[in-house]
Design a binder for this molecule. Structure first.
Ligand SMILES: [Zn+2]
Length: 295
């Protein structure tokens, strides 16, 4: 889901080849003022799949759009059935070495902020503070009628109550927190309304076809303005919602460093793209900079 306007990207004329030398990233970190922008790649080691990486599911899985969700009760039932199932797995996911290293860099005063495109809450679970969740969080739900915000945990409890015996085996879990189910499996899953007004509940995440709230974008722009450099962790920067901050940093002459195995849309703006696995790479960088990381 989330705003992912289609933008055709042809790899740059001068593609960033990828590097295994961590030195440029180490230098940027030791200079401080680093703004982290993280994507799905940092959570794969926590068992949360990536749409676009190896085994990525984008080709097989079409995320629901905002328009579809709001227009159709049937679509919402399908969404919530799948999401309810996926939540059980997401709820069990734990931060990995990559998240812990980011937290350690923050505590060590090397970061000016953390923006994440992920909706899994794992940076916060690792202890990072003031994380800007660009695409929202699966942890919360909002009412489309009265705007009331509630906890996903409470909603999950209500859904369990009215769907006793709903135990289908999902084919696959997707990064936005839902599982693949057939129409038959969705069956007569029951959706619950807003407890305040009876309105339609939506996860507090930005769907495909939906824009990131302007105030949140503004906050991120300010973070880029205040940063010394931008460090992209585990994102292919396929969507404009993240790529625009890379462009902003590059236009301001700030170094952009990327740690991502595969080429990204931001490579042409980057000083380097480190291709090492994130957990290992960040743990090694922390050791190199004498930054203690919680076990
Ligand atoms: Zn409501």
């Amino acid at each position: 889901m989330r705003m992912r306007p289609t933008l055709s990207w042809t790899p740059t004329e001068d593609p960033q080849p990828g590097s295994t030398d961590p030195e440029p990233v180490a230098e940027a970190l030791s200079a401080g003022g680093v703004l982290v922008l993280s994507g799905a790649g940092i959570s794969t080691e926590s068992g949360i799949p990536d749409y676009r990486g190896e085994g990525g599911s984008l080709r097989r899985h079409t995320p629901m759009t905002y328009q579809e969700f709001t227009a159709s009760a049937r679509a919402r039932r399908r969404y919530w059935a799948r999401s309810h199932l996926g939540w059980r797995t997401f709820g069990r996911a734990r931060p990995n070495a990559g998240h812990r290293a980011v937290t350690a860099f923050g505590r060590h005063g090397l970061l000016s902020g953390v923006i994440t495109q992920n909706v899994d809450g794992l940076h916060q679970a690792a202890g990072s503070e003031d994380v800007v969740e660009l695409h929202g969080s699966l942890d919360r739900v909002v009412c489309l009628s009265c705007g009331a915000s509630g906890s996903r945990r409470d909603l999950a409890r209500r859904l369990e109550e009215v769907n006793a015996g709903f135990e289908p085996v999902a084919a696959r879990l997707n990064p936005d927190g839902d599982a693949d189910l057939t129409d038959e499996q969705v069956g007569d899953f029951r959706v619950v309304p807003c407890a305040q007004c009876g309105g339609v509940l939506k996860p507090d995440v930005v769907f495909f076809g939906e824009t990131v709230p302007p105030r949140r974008v503004e906050r991120c722009r300010e973070l880029v303005d205040g940063a010394t450099s931008l460090l992209v962790l585990g994102s292919s920067l396929t969507v404009m919602s993240g790529l625009r901050f890379v462009r902003q940093a590059a236009q301001a002459g700030k170094p952009v460093l990327i740690v991502n195995r595969d080429p990204t849309r931001g490579d042409r703006h980057a000083v380097t793209r480190l291709t090492l696995p994130l957990g290992t790479a960040l743990t090694d960088l922390a050791a190199r900079l004498d930054v203690p990381v919680d076990a």
